[in-house]
Design a binder for this molecule. Structure first.
Ligand code: NAD
Length: 488
C-alpha cells in the first residue's frame, strides 16, 4: 500500500438536521498525520452557538418523530449502516490510519468491529424488553423500557471509530436522538462514517448529528444543557470528573468510560508460549494508547528473568513505522503532546527504576517527521512510582514481582483504576480466586483484549461509571417506567 496521502486535504462539516453545515465562526481545525506531519483534513471549529442549534434540532426531532417507538425502523437503519461500512472497509481504514497513526491492520480490525457492533445492536433494537408481573390480586405492573431522550456521545481519539459506534449503536437501538462530539485530533473518521449515515433514509432527518470542535467549550456546553438528557463520555478520568460536575445542575444521566492501569498477572504455572505475545500485544497495540492496555506485568519471582527476557525480545522485534505499511507492527503516537507525556514518564522510569529496553523517541530518516517512540519495558520501580500508578497512554510496560498469590492479588488491586486484568495460570482454582478478587470490570483468563458486542465492558473505581456493550450496555440508554394497572 502506498504511503502517499491526497494532496488536497478535505474539509469536513457538521451534520445538522440532515444537512452539512459550516461553523458559524467559519473557523477550522487542522488534522495532521502523526507519522509524517502532512495535513490530512480540516474540520469545523464549532462554537457554543453551533452546539445550541444542533441540540435544538435533535431535541425537536426526537420529540416529533416516531423513531423512539419504531424498533423495526431502527433495526433497518443500523443494519444499513453496518452494510455501508462493510462496503467501505479499506477506505475507512486508510482514513483512520493517516489521521490517528495506528497500523492499517489494526484499523481494519477497528472498522470490522464497528460492523459487528452495529449488527448486534440492530438486532437488539427489536429486543428492548421490559417485564410484567402480577403484584396483588387486582394489581398488575408493567416495567417498560423507553429511550432516555437526547444523548450526547463525547468520544476520544485512540479508537475513534469503534468507540463512537460502541455508544452510537446502543443509543440509537434504544430509540434515542444522538449528537456525537469526536475528539479534535480525529474528527475525520467519525465524519466519514456520518457521510454513510447521511445516505440512509431510515434515519429521520435530525435524529442524529455530529459536531466537531474543542471539548473544553462545546463538550462542556453539552454537559450543561437542559435539553441533553444523557452524556456518554469516553476519555480521560479527569475530563470525566469535570463532566460529572458540569452535568450535576441538570441531574442528567452520565455514563463514563475512563482510564486504566491494567495488570497482567503471570503465575509460575503459566503457558508462557501463549502468554508472552498476548502480554506484549496488550501494551504495544495502538502504541499503548488504549484504555485496557496491559501496562503492568506482575510476574512470579521464580520465572521473572525468563518472562522479562522474552518480553524484551518481543518488544525489540516490533517494526515501528508508518502505519500505512502492511509490515508495521506499531505506528507513531498520536501527537507531539502525547510523545512529550510518554517521554516524561520514561525519564522518571530511568531515574527511579531500570530500563530493560526502549525509553526514547525514535529519530533519523522518516522517523524525524513523526512521533515514533520505542517499545519500552521498565523494571525495579518503587511501589509508589508515578510510572506504576498513573495511566501513561504510551508503549511503556512496567514490571513488578510477587512471591505468592496473596501478594499478586494485592498488587493487582493496588491502583485507583479498575478497568481490566489478565491472569495467566493453568490452575483453575487460582484462576477463579483471582478473577473474583480483582477489582476490575473485565478479567481475562489465559488471554487478553478479547472484546465482543455481547459482553459488557466498563470500569470499577476511577475507570468509569456504568457499562457499555451487551444487554447492560443497551439498558444504559433506556429509562425504566413502571405502568400500573388496578382492576375494578
Ligand atoms: P480526553 O478526556 O482528553 O478527551 C475525550 C473527549 O472529551 C474528546 O472528544 C474531547 O474533545 C472531549 N473533552 C475534552 N475536554 C472536555 C470538557 N471539559 N468537557 C467536555 N468534553 C471534553 O481523552 P482522550 O485524550 O481523547 O482519550 C484518552 C483517554 O481516554 C485515556 O484516559 C483512556 O484510557 C480513555 N479511554 C477510555 C476508554 C474506555 O472504554 N474506558 C476507551 C478509550 C479511551
Amino acid at each position: 500500500m502506498s504511503t502517499a496521502v491526497n494532496k488536497k486535504a478535505p474539509t469536513y462539516y457538521n451534520f445538522v438536521a440532515g444537512e452539512w453545515v459550516e461553523s458559524s465562526s467559519k473557523e477550522r481545525l487542522e488534522s495532521r498525520n502523526p507519522a509524517t506531519g502532512e495535513l490530512v483534513s480540516y474540520s469545523q471549529k464549532s462554537n457554543r452557538h453551533d452546539v445550541k442549534e444542533i441540540i435544538d434540532t435533535v431535541h425537536y426531532t426526537f420529540h416529533q418523530s416516531d423513531w423512539g417507538v419504531n424498533p423495526k425502523l431502527r433495526y433497518e437503519a443500523l443494519l444499513s449502516l453496518a452494510n455501508k461500512i462493510s462496503d467501505n472497509i479499506e477506505h475507512l481504514s486508510r482514513i483512520l490510519t493517516i489521521e490517528q497513526g495506528k497500523t492499517i491492520r489494526e484499523s481494519r480490525i477497528e472498522i470490522t468491529g464497528c460492523i459487528d457492533t452495529l449488527k448486534y445492536f440492530a438486532g437488539a433494537a427489536r429486543t428492548v424488553f421490559g417485564r410484567s408481573m402480577q403484584l396483588e390480586p387486582n394489581n398488575f405492573g408493567v416495567i417498560a423500557k423507553e429511550p432516555i431522550g437526547v444523548v450526547s456521545i463525547i468520544s476520544p481519539w485512540n479508537w475513534p471509530a469503534l468507540l463512537m459506534i460502541r455508544e452510537l449503536a446502543p443509543a440509537l437501538a434504544a430509540g434515542n436522538g444522538v449528537i456525537v462530539k469526536p475528539a479534535s485530533l480525529t474528527p475525520g473518521i467519525s465524519v466519514e462514517i456520518f457521510k454513510l449515515i447521511a445516505e440512509i433514509p431510515e434515519f429521520p432527518k435530525g435524529i442524529i448529528s455530529i459536531i466537531t470542535g474543542p471539548g473544553s467549550s462545546i463538550g462542556a456546553e453539552m454537559a450543561k444543557s437542559e435539553k441533553i438528557d444523557m452524556i456518554s463520555f469516553t476519555g480521560d478520568t479527569s475530563t470525566g470528573k469535570s463532566i460529572l460536575e458540569m452535568g450535576a445542575n441538570t441531574i442528567k444521566k452520565i455514563a463514563l468510560e475512563l482510564g486504566g492501569k491494567s495488570p497482567n498477572v503471570v503465575f509460575d504455572d503459566a503457558n508462557l508460549d501463549k502468554a508472552i505475545p498476548f502480554i506484549g500485544r496488550s501494551i504495544f497495540i495502538s502504541a499503548g494508547q488504549i484504555c485496557m492496555a496491559g501496562s503492568r506485568v506482575l510476574i512470579h519471582e521464580s520465572i521473572k528473568d525468563e518472562v522479562v527476557s522474552r518480553l524484551k525480545d518481543y518488544a525489540d522485534s516490533l517494526r515501528v513505522e508508518n502505519g500505512l505499511l502492511e509490515t508495521a507492527d506499531m505506528g507513531p503516537l498520536v501527537s507531539k503532546d502525547q510523545l512529550n507525556i510518554v517521554a516524561e514518564y520514561c525519564e522518571i522510569g530511568c531515574r527511579e527504576g531500570k530500563m530493560i529496553t526502549g525509553g526514547y523517541q525514535l529519530t533519523g530518516g522518516e522517523y524525524d517527521n513523526g512521533y515514533f517512540f520505542a517499545p519500552t519495558i521498565i523494571d525495579d520501580l518503587p511501589s509508589n512510582c508515578r510510572v506504576l500508578k498513573e495511566e501513561i497512554f504510551g508503549p511503556v510496560l512496567a514490571v513488578q514481582t510477587f512471591s505468592n498469590d496473596e501478594e499478586a492479588l494485592e498488587m493487582a488491586n493496588d491502583s485507583e483504576f479498575g478497568l481490566s486484568a489478565g491472569v495467566w495460570t493453568t490452575d483453575l482454582n487460582r484462576a477463579m480466586k483471582m478473577s473474583k478478587g480483582i477489582k476490575a470490570g473485565t478479567v481475562w483468563i489465559n488471554t487478553y483484549n478479547k472484546n465482543f458486542p455481547e459482553t459488557e465492558f466498563g470500569g470499577y473505581k476511577k475507570s468509569g461509571l456504568g457499562r457499555t456493550r451487551g444487554i447492560d450496555g443497551l439498558m444504559e440508554y433506556c429509562e425504566t417506567k413502571h405502568i400500573h394497572f388496578e382492576m375494578e
